[in-house]
Write a protein that binds this ligand. Sequence first.
Ligand SMILES: [Fe+2]
Ligand SMILES: [Fe+2]
Length: 350
Amino acid sequence: MALQTWAENLLSLSLSAGGDRLIHTPMLRERVEGCESFAVRYLSKVTAVATQGFEENDAAAKAEAHRALFALYELQLCRPDDEAAPNQHDPLLYSVRNLLERAWLAAERAALVPCAAESPARTVNTIARLCKAHDASSHRLFDYLAVQADRIAMQRFFASDSALNIRFFDLLALSMVGSEEFTRPELVQNLWDESGRGNRNEAHVHTFRDLLDTCGLTQMRFNQIGALPWQGYAGHNLFMMTALSREHYWKLLGVMAVTELIDPASYEKVVHGCRRLGFAGDAYRYYSEHVEIDVVHGQGWLQNVIVPLIERTPAAAADVVFGAQLRLASCEQYYDCLLSLLEQTQYSMA
Ligand SMILES: [Fe+2]
Ligand SMILES: [Fe+2]
C-alpha cells in the first residue's frame, strides 16, 4: 500500500482502532519517517481526543483514550514473537502515551483533594484512613455479589476481573524493578505468594484460570476486554501507567497498598456469594486465598515498603498518597459501573 494511503487510512480511524493498527504495523518507524507530516497530524488527533476526554469529560472520548492506552501498555508486555514487539520503543507510540497520560493525570489531580506530605507513620495512617472512609472499600457491588447476584452476574464479575488478575504477577514483578533494596524482602514475599510459594497449581494466575475454566470462561479474556467499559480500562491502565514509568513509581506503591488493603473485605463477600450459589470451594479459592493473604500483604506494603521508603525519601510521601487516592477513585468508578451493568444483566434476563 502506498505510504500516503496508509497514512490517510490510519488518520481516518478512531484513536483506539488506529492505535492498534499502528502498534501492529511492520517497519513502523520507516513508514512514519517516510511519510512527512504524518506524526504531527496523528499527534494532533491524539491531543484532540485527550482534551475532549479528560478536560471536557466526554465519555466516548475518554473511552477511546483509555482503549488506546490499554493497547500501548499491552505492547510493553507482549510476546517476543508478536508482530508488534519490534515497535515496543517506537518514539511515536511513546509520544501518544505521554500525551494521553499527562492529560489523564492532570484531570485526576484536579478532581482529587491533595493530601500534604507527612511523616512515614502519618502517611500510612492517612492511607489507612482514606481506605476506610472511601466508598470503594465497602462498595455495594460486593453486597450485591454476596446476597443477590445470580450465577450469570457472578460469572460476569469474574470475567471483568480477569484482565487485572491475570496481569498481577507482571505488575508485582515490575514493582521490583528499580526498587529500593530495603523494600525487596517484602516485594519478594509478595511475588512468592503470588506464584504459589513454589506450587504451580496454587499460583494466583493459575487459581484464577481454574475459576474461569470452571465457569467455561477460559477463552473469554480477550473478548471480555473488548467489552470492558472505559472505567475497566482506566483501572487496569492506572496499574500499568504507574508500573511502567519511573516517574510514577512512588504512585505505584500507593496503588498496590490500597489494592491489598481493600480487597480482603470485598473478596469475603465474593466468597459468600460463591458459596450461596453453590460453587465448589476449590473453584473460587482465588478469592478465599486473597481474603487471608492480602491482610498480611496490606500491612507489609505499609510497614515494610512505604514506611522505610518515606523515612529515607520524605519527598515520596505525596506521590504515594496520590497513588492511593487514584486507586480508590478508579475502583469506585469501576465498581459503580460494573454494579449497574450486572444488575441490568440480571434483571433483563429475569
Ligand atoms: Fe494475588
Ligand atoms: Fe496480595
